[in-house]
Design a protein around this ligand. Structure first.
Ligand SMILES: NC(=O)c1ccc[n+]([C@@H]2O[C@H](COP(=O)([O-])OP(=O)(O)OC[C@H]3O[C@@H](n4cnc5c(N)ncnc54)[C@H](O)[C@@H]3O)[C@@H](O)[C@H]2O)c1
Length: 345
């Protein structure tokens, strides 16, 4: 299939970015191989403005979008709506790209996995770090054994400012909304399973975040099936900028993802000016290249030119770790990840 028409549901924070990336792909398409975009959102006026701005077609509902004849469906609505919209795309018999996570928790994800399997659906989930150059290199180096055996692993994901409280109320909590990216990428980089999580959280920012049952900062100690240990930390209040890093320390070397001239940190050492660039302020800036590559991959998936880079089963495996972290946060106890393999050795 040369000419691909994508339908996008939801043009909020991340949907607008996907819409721009799809139209940028369209601008780069070779003659006779086009990508076009139609979109919808319940915020009709806003969606019409986005469509007009990008030269996309606006449709007044999800049904109208699907009935208009699209080759692939992109879902960027809030998490609670993912199951309904995934089913709509699967029912239409077209490949689906859905933002992470599949649903607000694993219990609500499992029926969606069953539905996709029973209906032979093709669904790519939006874990864009799998397309980020730094994480790709970490995976290569780790799996080639260049770092030796890993004694410590540290993953960090910090927003500069929290998303709206209304968004947080339906997000499933900091681990399921934010650290789920780290849980996914840790499984993907290491090829190992996380078997146990021990978590702590705190609320020192807007009390409204605590009032909707969430924390603004959290740390999880994770143990892998080979005994490797690490920490996954997240905060909604990182004044230095949007900070996403992974540090792998091994017996033969140390590798850092996200350490560059735009890292949101500075050195305490005399005379050290690194990093000198302007820190990333948002996830959209930090992962611009990854989001673009992710959407290009979805177009290739629609065209039947590649395999699925992030299946719903992959995404739910990360969500199982997030669920365990949330349970640990609530109980104060270490929690075994559901379905995880036994510790080796
Ligand atoms: N991969 C990432 O890095 C990343 C980053 C941010 C958000 N996300 C995920 O993306 C999803 C959306 O997050 P967001 O921050 O953009 O949310 P948002 O609230 O800003 O946007 C959601 C949009 O969906 C629209 N919408 C709601 N119900 C609808 C319906 N029935 N039909 C059509 N449109 C509808 C809303 O009007 C809104 O414009 C979430 O699941 C979130 O977890 C992923």
């Amino acid at each position: 299939m040369k000419n691909v028409r994508l339908g996008l549901i939801g043009v909020g924070r991340i949907g607008v970015m996907h819409a721009r990336n799809i139209t940028a792909l369209a601008a780069r398409s070779a003659p006779g191989s086009t990508v076009t975009l139609a979109l919808t959102d319940v915020a009709a006026e806003h969606a019409q403005a986005v469509a007009a701005d990008l030269g996309a077609e606006y449709l007044p509902s999800v049904d109208a979008l699907i009935a208009s004849g699209i080759d692939g469906l992109v879902i960027a609505t809030g998490t609670a709506l993912h199951p309904e919209h995934i089913r709509a795309g699967v029912d239409a018999g077209i490949p689906v790209f859905c933002e992470k996570p599949v649903a607000v928790n694993v219990a609500e994800s499992v029926p969606v996995l069953d539905y996709i399997r029973e209906h032979h659906g093709v669904v790519q989930i939006g874990h864009q770090r799998r397309f980020d150059a730094g994480y790709l290199e970490a995976r290569r180096a780790f799996q080639a054994g260049e770092l030796g055996w890993i004694h410590s692993l540290r993953a960090v994901t910090c927003d500069m400012t929290p998303p709206p409280v209304e968004f947080l109320a339906g997000s499933g909590g900091l681990f399921r909304d934010c650290s789920v990216h780290d849980f996914d990428i840790l499984r993907w980089v290491t090829g190992r399973e996380i078997v146990e999580v021990y978590a702590r959280g705190s609320n020192n920012g807007d009390p409204a975040i605590g009032a909707v049952g969430d924390v603004d900062t959290a740390v999880a100690l994770v143990t892998f099936d080979n005994g490797m240990i690490g920490t996954v930390s997240a905060s909604r209040y990182n004044g230095g900028g949007h900070d996403v890093r992974l540090e792998l320390q091994g017996s033969a070397g140390t590798l850092l993802v996200g350490l560059d001239e735009q890292s949101a940190l500075c050195s305490a050492e005399t005379g050290i000016r690194f990093p000198t660039g302007t820190p990333h302020l948002t996830f959209a800036e930090r992962f611009d290249q990854a989001y673009r590559s992710e959407m290009a991959a979805f177009v290739e998936l629609v065209r039947g030119e590649r395999s699925n880079p992030c299946t719903p089963d992959d995404a739910v495996a990360a969500s199982r770790v997030a669920d365990a972290a949330q349970e640990s946060l609530e109980t104060g106890l270490p929690v075994r990840v559901a379905g995880a393999p036994a510790l080796v050795g």
